[in-house]
Write a protein that binds this ligand. Structure first.
Ligand SMILES: Cc1ncc(C[n+]2csc(CCOP(=O)(O)OP(=O)(O)O)c2C)c(N)n1
Ligand SMILES: [Mg+2]
Length: 323
């Protein structure tokens, strides 16, 4: 691991952290329509995995996907404009935080439906295999998606066809308000890989160097035709399931314990000689996101008159009576 790589990983995590602090503040100020799910505390997974991806690789993500989008090359002002309902946002201001997509950056979409991004990434992996240029697709999902049929269907097909798919489970111990022990029979998500003949690896998801190293191996294997890997990253969200969640389902002591395992602080502790570089990166990330908030807020709101644009069913039924 070179110093340059370590600083790049820190920068990615710092940008994600600042983005989500900014989004959380906008929500608290009543400026964001809809719901907001932030991944503060989980930044090492997005940063470590996306660091080993190429620009032409693809990802899909979830309702908690800002970090993955930023780490894959998503543009913060366009993301914030989307969150703020602005016409210049990634989806024209129509979707908010849960459907951000940027095909040019290889982001096939966040997704509000639990598990729904996994088969889309499977399609990305299938396309990459057909193109034969060593492309890889990564599906990010929470442990809440693992009991969904589509997780198993996708893992089965990826294994059968040795597709270049990396399934990255962010196990943050809760699905909405439900602890993992109550909704998953298996003790370890990674153990679901073995019946499909696929490597299953569990890593400390707050250790960005460990995540990067496991992702490097999985992505390398996928690129070389070795098929899929299931990577389980153990992590924790500092905020509630959504902004405003009263969080009566967990103890303050548990949150405090995980805050002490802050992925940014852990990397900083591993780089004692880089304190001034890291401080400069923090300051730069703060400035970048503050500027992006100002720029996004200055953009025009999506025009109410455009509300039926991009609504496919309106065209399907346009010849007949509305139903
Ligand atoms: C198919 C489906 N069922 C239920 C929901 C409601 N829902 C939204 S988020 C969520 C929990 C997701 O937990 P997890 O996958 O662990 O992701 P996390 O929120 O922890 O990042 C649920 C049940 C949904 N969006 N989609
Ligand atoms: Mg979860």
């Amino acid at each position: 691991m070179t110093a340059e790589t370590a600083l790049r990983l820190y920068r990615t995590m710092a940008r994600i952290r600042q983005f989500e602090i900014g989004a959380s503040r906008l929500m608290a100020a009543g400026k964001l329509p809809g719901t907001l799910h932030v991944s503060i505390g989980q930044e090492a997974v997005a940063a470590g995995v996306c660091d080993v991806l190429r620009e032409d690789d693809h990802i899909t993500t979830t309702h908690r996907g800002h970090g993955h989008c930023l780490a894959k090359g998503g543009e913060p002002t366009s993301m914030l404009a989307e969150l703020l309902g602005r016409a210049t946002g990634y989806c024209g201001g129509r979707s908010g935080s849960m459907h951000i997509a940027d095909p040019a950056a290889g982001i096939l979409g966040a997704n509000a439906i639990v598990g729904a991004g996994i088969p889309i990434a499977l399609g990305g992996a299938f396309a990459a295999a057909r193109k034969g240029r060593g492309g890889v697709a990564v599906a990010f999902f929470g442990e809440g998606a693992v009991a969904q049929g589509v997780f198993h269907e996708s893992l089965n097909l990826a294994a059968l066809w040795r597709l270049p798919l990396v399934l990255v489970c962010e196990n943050n111990l809760y699905a909405e308000l439900t602890p993992v022990s109550v909704h998953l029979a298996a003790k370890r998500v990674a153990d679901h890989a073995a019946p499909y003949g696929v490597p299953g690896v569990r890593v400390d998801g707050n250790d960005v160097l460990a995540v990067r190293s496991a992702a490097d191996e999985a992505v390398g294997r996928a690129r070389d035709g070795g098929g899929p890997t299931l990577l389980e990253c153990m992590t924790y969200r500092w905020h509630g399931h959504f902004e405003g969640d009263p969080q009566q389902y967990r103890e303050d002591a548990e949150v405090a314990e995980w805050k002490a395992a802050d992925p940014l602080k852990r990397l900083a502790d591993a780089l004692p000689d880089a304190a001034s570089d890291l401080a400069a990166i923090d300051a730069e990330a703060k400035r970048e996101i503050a500027d992006a908030v100002v720029a996004a807020e200055a953009e025009p709101l999506a025009a109410p008159g455009s509300v039926t644009a991009h609504v496919y069913s309106a065209h399907v039924y346009s010849g007949g009576a509305a139903r």
